[in-house]
Design a protein around this ligand. Structure first.
Ligand SMILES: C[S@@+](CC[C@H](N)C(=O)[O-])C[C@H]1O[C@@H](n2cnc3c(N)ncnc32)[C@H](O)[C@@H]1O
Length: 247
């Protein structure tokens, strides 16, 4: 990455900061400062050429590949049932699944919160349509699709107990604004579960921009003063990182 940056610097790398406009935003707590984004004229094949805190953001996975999210091998690769079992949810929790895709995690979580609900947020209406179809097919009543925006999960303030992002955060084109929206939506004491393929491990067979290191995730979450509660490392390829909004 360091080498990559040096190369970019040499070919008229330029940066800009959008901190000021966010400081003016009333939704932003006073002590949260936007670190800014950088854009590069040259980019990696799976990146969008936009950097956040030294990380190039990946492109968004299109809905055309939605069936890949439901591949049978994912049960061994990502152990989804163990993931949701490790969230420690209460039956009446409200959980936002941000970047929900086809709902692979949403429906598993819904079964654990029979008196609560899951808000499945995605920016692609086609993904929400798939969720709606599964909801009808299986007569599930506690999953609601929410059409998000690239820079806003569109969730009311202090309305959720937990948010989960699985293999999604690395492709948010506006990570600062997204975490700000999630942070505002969390109730005090609420938790964020962030799962990404382990960037430290070259043996994890995923392209580099679709992985994140623990250090990078902690750096990005610390912008919001989120408490890094723990990292669960029982998954074959991913970190399951837990952050808590201070009460
Ligand atoms: C690789 S898929 C993962 C889907 C799901 N979490 C899973 O594990 O099966 C990432 C999803 O994030 C969504 N996404 C990307 N940017 C987003 C944003 N700013 N807000 C909400 N969803 C977003 C994409 O549309 C895509 O459906």
């Amino acid at each position: 990455m360091t080498q990559y940056f040096s190369r970019l610097n040499a070919i008229s790398f330029f940066s800009f900061s959008v901190a000021l406009c966010f400081l003016a935003s009333s939704a932003l707590a006073q002590d949260i400062v936007h670190p800014g984004y950088e854009v590069a004229p040259e980019r990696r094949t799976t990146g969008i050429g936009k950097f956040y805190m030294g990380r190039e953001i990946s492109f968004v996975m299109g809905h055309q590949a939605a069936q890949w999210l439901n591949r049978p091998s994912r049960i061994q690769e990502e152990m989804p049932d163990q993931v949701v079992a490790n969230m420690g949810l209460a039956a009446d929790d409200v959980v936002a699944d941000i970047g929900a895709g086809s709902g692979y995690f949403s429906f598993r979580i819904a079964a654990l919160v029979p008196e609560g609900k899951v808000l499945s947020v995605d920016i692609q209406p086609e993904m929400l349509q798939l969720i709606e179809e599964q909801k009808m097919r299986n007569r599930v009543e506690n999953v609601d699709g929410v059409l998000g925006e690239i820079d806003d999960p569109n969730l009311p303030a202090e309305s959720i107990d937990a948010a989960i992002m699985v293999d999604a955060y690395h492709e948010f084109s506006h990570p600062f604004e997204m975490i700000n929206g999630i942070y505002q939506a969390l109730r005090p004491g609420g938790r964020i579960f962030l799962l990404e393929y382990r960037g430290e491990d070259p043996s994890v067979p995923i392209r580099p921009l679709h992985k994140m290191t623990e250090e990078q995730v902690v750096k990005e979450m610390s912008v919001f003063g989120l408490e890094w509660t723990e990292t669960l490392d029982f998954l074959p390829w991913q970190h399951m990182m837990i952050f808590t909004k201070r009460g």
